[in-house]
Design a protein around this ligand. Structure first.
Ligand SMILES: Nc1ncnc2c1ncn2[C@@H]1O[C@H](COP(=O)(O)OP(=O)(O)OP(=O)(O)O)[C@@H](O)[C@H]1O
Ligand SMILES: [Mg+2]
Length: 232
């Protein structure tokens, strides 16, 4: 589902040049639940942005869901962003002028998925009864769950989540991870970025980044745990 070969990314030029990713090779199959682990500044968000075609690589090739992102034209990228990838952003990026349900409905409409009920998806993230709340009436963790509901509702085959549990208490975090994991079990490729090593215990594979390079890629040490058995 996701194939990166020799991917590098630089920001800026001259003395201000930052090397955010270097020589990244990554293959993710449909149905895999991947946790990307690494300290602040290690390139996690940059990696997700490249996979989701929100930014372009400086070197290397990226194929996602059969689309060669490095070569795709405008129209193909537009279709790719609508129907192939869904994002949960580190800073939520939900619309402040839309209610919780309208934010989720927006995701459904953009992806062109009929028959998905925004209220049901909000219920699945624990926000039953908050459909008509605007983001400013919701806590940080509730806003994050609206962002997660919007991404889940699209039904797209690649789900990219940047620190999706960062604002959540432990119990809600485990519930959300369970939802993300179930999307992988349905055959989607799910990538979750986090600083939280405990979360990586529930992954099929843990990809560790350090200074823009993948330093390890394999099943969690000690075997895979169930999300319900995580503690932090
Ligand atoms: N648009 C940009 N312009 C310049 N430098 C950038 C840009 N985006 C990221 N960087 C730099 O690239 C490096 C990797 O950043 P990135 O946001 O991918 O890290 P991260 O692992 O997601 O960190 P965090 O855990 O703090 O979110 C950092 O040194 C960052 O300053
Ligand atoms: Mg980040």
């Amino acid at each position: 589902m996701i194939d990166l070969a020799g991917v590098g990314k630089s920001f800026g030029a001259g003395a201000a040049r930052v090397r955010a990713l270097e020589g990244v090779d990554l293959h993710v199959a449909a149905g895999e639940f991947i946790v990307v682990l690494g300290p602040s500044g290690s390139g996690k968000t940059t990696l997700l942005n490249l996979i989701g075609a929100l930014d372009s690589a400086s070197e290397g090739s990226i194929r996602v869901g059969g689309v060669d992102i490095s070569r795709a034209g405008r129209r193909e990228l537009f279709e790719f962003r609508r129907r192939t990838v869904s994002f949960v952003f580190q800073s939520f990026n939900i619309f402040p002028g839309l209610t919780a349900a309208e934010n989720v409905q927006f995701g459904i409409d953009v992806a062109g998925r009929g028959g998905v009920d925004a209220g049901e998806v909000l219920e699945s993230v624990g926000l039953a009864g908050r459909e008509d709340s605007f983001p400013h009436q919701l806590s940080g963790g509730e806003q994050q769950r609206v962002a997660i509901a919007r991404a889940l509702a699209t039904g797209n085959p690649v789900l990219l989540a940047d620190e999706p549990t960062g604002e959540l208490d432990f119990q809600t975090g485990v519930q959300i991870l369970g939802l993300l994991e179930s999307r992988a079990a349905e055959g989607r490729a799910v990538l979750v970025v986090t600083h939280n090593r405990e979360i990586s215990r529930a992954a099929d594979r843990v990809v560790e980044l350090s200074s823009g390079r993948i330093v390890s890629d394999g099943p969690p040490a000690g075997g895979r745990a169930r999300t319900a058995d995580l503690h932090w």
